[in-house]
Write a protein that binds this ligand. Structure first.
Ligand code: PEP
Length: 251
């Protein structure tokens, strides 16, 4: 039987000032104290990372970033390096979120560079993959996922992928209130785990965590988490409120 500890990760996107973020993080820390059956991570905007770290340091809430750049430093206006993220207290980083692909031109190739950079630095990458509604309707879900994961993980070794978390986030379910059914999520998660088995090893496929993301709420998390290949959730909107997010953590 797999022994994958679920990860419930909150993506705060471009919401909350430093003080707002600290307030929410502080409340969350109190609410999820002792919730040991899951790992918890929050990813506030860059500007709030250091402040939020003071609120979560030494607790069971880990800190993550929403993006990174692959260079260590230099003339790259507006970008941020792994060293900067780690000095702000980050242990995790979300990579290839569909909003970054859609609005900021991220490609599977740039995602691959970012994943490699995160792994090399010792940050835990959460690689986001997922199909659009049109792609699902045209029965292209698996071919799209195949391409995203194949290029996203290109030239990554077994030991690199061992540290990684995958998040299946169907684009049509993000911020829409339209969740994938538990059967749809399970089908894709099984496919992704099978891909890891085929391209790496059965042991890695058994141990890698695959999160579901897309309108996860307190009232649908339990059903999703009951599926054998769903190992946690990447939560957007419902992670912004500490009380709501804590209910998801304690599914
Ligand atoms: C997300 O941003 O990764 C996400 C899943 O958002 P939401 O939960 O709001 O659909």
């Amino acid at each position: 039987m797999p022994t994958r500890k679920p990860l419930i990760a909150g993506n705060w996107k471009m919401f909350k000032t430093g003080s707002e973020a600290v307030e929410t993080a502080g409340k969350l820390v109190e609410l999820v104290k002792g919730a040991d059956h899951t790992e918890v991570m929050i990813a506030p905007p860059f500007t709030a990372l250091s402040q939020v770290f003071t609120a979560v340091k030494g607790t069971n809430v880990a800190l993550g970033a929403q993006n990174l750049f692959w260079e260590a430093e230099g003339a790259f206006t507006g970008e941020i390096s792994t060293g900067m993220l780690q000095s702000a207290g980050c242990t995790h980083v979300i990579i290839g979120h569909s909003e970054r692909r859609q609005f900021f031109g991220e490609t599977d190739q740039s995602v691959n560079k970012k994943i490699k950079t995160a792994v090399a630095a010792g940050l835990i990458p959460i690689l986001c993959v997922g199909e659009s509604e049109k792609e699902r309707d045209e029965n292209k879900t698996f071919s799209i996922l195949d391409k995203q994961i194949k290029i996203g993980l290109k030239n990554l070794l077994l030991e690199d992928v061992a540290t990684l978390v995958i998040a299946y986030e169907p684009i049509w379910a993000i911020g829409t209130g339209k969740t994938a059914t538990k059967e749809q999520a399970q089908e894709v998660h099984r496919y992704l785990r099978g891909w890891i088995d085929k391209n790496y090893t059965a042991a890695l496929a058994e141990s890698i965590r695959i999160l579901y993301g897309g309108s996860v709420k307190p009232d649908n998390v339990t059903a999703l988490m009951a599926m054998p290949d769903v190992d946690g959730a990447l939560v957007g909107g419902a992670s912004l409120d500490a009380e709501t997010f804590s209910k998801i953590v304690k599914f």
